[in-house]
Write a protein that binds this ligand. Structure first.
Ligand code: FES
Length: 554
């Protein structure tokens, strides 16, 4: 009576307490996370579906992580969202949960929490923005802004023109509309089987985004009734499907870290090397920015992710079960492709096999590093050059404009202390711009090596996620300006050409930097965060605790 009475203060009629499934709707809505600012409306559609199917929906907030405003990086808080979601899902009397996400980190954060609790769950991502439109051309989120800022500084655009252009780029609800991290992770949720077919691509302001949300509200009640849980859906086979789909869509390297972290919550064995070996025979099929030309709205009209998954055919585990209660093959068997300039066929792909994520190893990255081959310059995939070392991106930016900077096109820029512990939070800073003096000479790419991440919308020959990171005492911390470094992507090797004895001498002189914070979340994070090769989760959050309060199965 106590529980009911307090709930009835919201005006619910008595029959909703008749034992029907209670469905939590975890929304990462916030005006501080503009990509998620419409999710309260999406939640209304989910509620319709839950009521329709005989459930009792209750919406509640989960931490919103907006890439554009959060300092020092939204990635610092992904695990906090995952921990908050896990505790909310377990502590409240819920039978199932609908996960509403959008901006980059909200999708993996909610999936990690749901994986640890293992209640029936379904994801509804908020959808991408409509194509930006400026002066007759399509504009992708995040790509034009750099060019326009340079134009403003150079006097090629006025401030008024910039104000007008920025609104043209962001003209609707939704997350970034390139195949950046948000679109990639929405696609990963669909490929894993955790959101309904086509969900990743419906634009945020398309009526079908709301139709899909209503359908998800119906489906979560079915999932509760059939007790189909995330651990039954996100199996090793499902992760293999997601890795292959990521290669086919030219997805973000951030998917590597997020999928490893989600798998870690489920106890699914997944390694960094899986991203190289499983993607090796997958060509890129999708012609979307940043690897290609089009945007998510075009991807939607061309057939969306089901058209890609149908095209991949036998490369996927077709028998993997999804939230629809049907298999991958059953979901996509009839999926049409309406535009072969956006979604290419397997026998005539957009880019050949072997141009996806490569995993590098060597004495500079004993536990691995990654490079997005399709974003790199082919002539730099085998390269030997002298290191120019910076202990922070700020130190580099302080000299990037110097005309007398000791660098040429063969120099290897090393930017370190940008990993999970070091920055902290492993920000997207690895693709630092080239030195101004080289840009003015026409140099367009150089090898950069970093223990941080790179935006899903970015380009360049950039070695990322170097593990162990410098702040954890990785060999990256021992590199000195002038050392020779060899990058050999075909051989998957990253080598610091310094003898072991000299490295041992340098290690003896090295001291770890002090923790980035003395208290609070940042201290907890830096004390417990794992390295990028296992997904940068916190050590005590890996694994599952189930949905019974007080139970800890691990
Ligand atoms: Fe939110 Fe790009 S800033 S998805």
């Amino acid at each position: 009576m106590g529980h009911r009475s307090w709930m009835r203060s919201q005006g619910f009629t008595p029959e909703v307490f008749d034992g029907r499934p209670v469905i939590g709707i975890a929304t990462t809505w916030s005006e501080l996370a503009p990509c998620n600012a419409h999710l309260h409306r999406v939640a209304e559609s989910v509620k319709r579906g839950v009521w329709q199917a005989g459930g009792f929906p209750l919406e509640f907030p989960a931490m919103a992580l907006g890439e554009t405003l959060l300092r020092p990086t939204a990635m610092l808080y992904r695990n906090l969202l995952a921990m908050e979601a896990e505790e909310l899902f377990r502590a409240n009397p819920l039978d199932g949960v609908v996960l509403l996400s959008g901006c980059d980190k909200t999708t993996p954060g909610l999936l990690m929490g749901a994986a640890s609790v293992d209640l029936p769950a379904i994801m509804v991502t908020g959808g991408p923005k409509l194509n930006g439109k400026y002066q007759g051309t399509d504009v992708g989120s995040g790509t034009a802004v750099w060019r326009w800022e340079e134009d403003l500084v150079a006097g090629r655009m006025t401030q008024e023109e910039c104000f007008f252009a920025e609104a043209c780029m962001s003209r609707s609800d939704g997350h970034c509309n390139t195949m950046g991290t948000a679109s990639t992770m929405a696609s990963m949720a669909e490929a894993l089987g955790m959101q309904l077919p086509y969900s990743a691509a419906w634009p945020a302001s398309d009526s079908r985004r709301y139709e899909t949300a209503q359908r998800a509200g119906q489906v979560i009640v079915d999932l509760v009734n059939s007790d189909l849980t995330p651990s039954a859906i996100m199996t090793r086979e499902a992760f293999e499907n997601a890795i292959r789909v990521n290669a086919a869509i030219g997805g973000s390297t951030n998917a590597v870290i997020h999928l490893l972290a989600i798998a870690g919550r489920l106890g699914v064995p997944l390694s960094l090397d899986d991203f190289d070996t499983l993607a090796a025979d997958v060509p890129t099929l999708v012609n979307l920015q940043p690897s290609g030309q089009y945007l998510m709205e075009d991807f939607c009209y061309a057939g969306g992710l089901p058209a890609v998954m149908r095209e991949l055919g036998g490369l996927l585990h077709g028998g993997a079960i999804t939230v629809t209660g049907r298999t991958v093959t059953e979901n996509v068997a009839e999926a049409p492709c309406w535009n072969r300039d956006v979604i290419f066929a397997m026998d005539a792909p957009f880019k050949p096999q072997g141009t996806g994520t490569a995993v590098l190893r060597g004495n500079l990255a004993p536990d691995g590093a990654v490079i997005k081959q399709s974003a790199a310059s082919p002539h730099l995939l085998k390269h030997r050059g002298r290191a120019l070392v910076f202990d922070s991106q700020e130190a580099y930016y302080a000299v990037v404009g110097d005309e007398d900077l000791d660098a040429d096109e063969n120099t290897v820029l090393v930017i370190r202390y940008c990993g999970p512990k070091g920055y902290p939070g492993m920000p997207e800073v690895s693709n630092v711009p080239l030195p101004k003096k080289l840009l003015s000479r026409g140099v367009r790419d150089m090898v950069r090596i970093c223990d941080g991440r790179m935006s899903g919308t970015a380009y360049g020959t950039v070695v990322l996620h170097v593990t162990p990171e410098a702040a954890a005492g990785g060999a990256l911390a021992l590199v000195r300006t002038g050392d020779w470094i060899t990058l050999d992507v075909p051989s998957r090797a990253l080598t610091l050409e310094v003898p072991d004895e000299e490295l041992a001498r340098r290690r003896a002189e090295w001291t770890a930097p002090p923790p980035a914070a003395s208290r609070g979340w940042t201290r907890l994070y830096t004390d417990h965060v794992l390295q990028a090769d296992t997904g940068a989760d916190l050590d005590f959050l890996v694994g599952a605790s189930g949905h019974e309060v007080g139970r800890d199965s691990h």
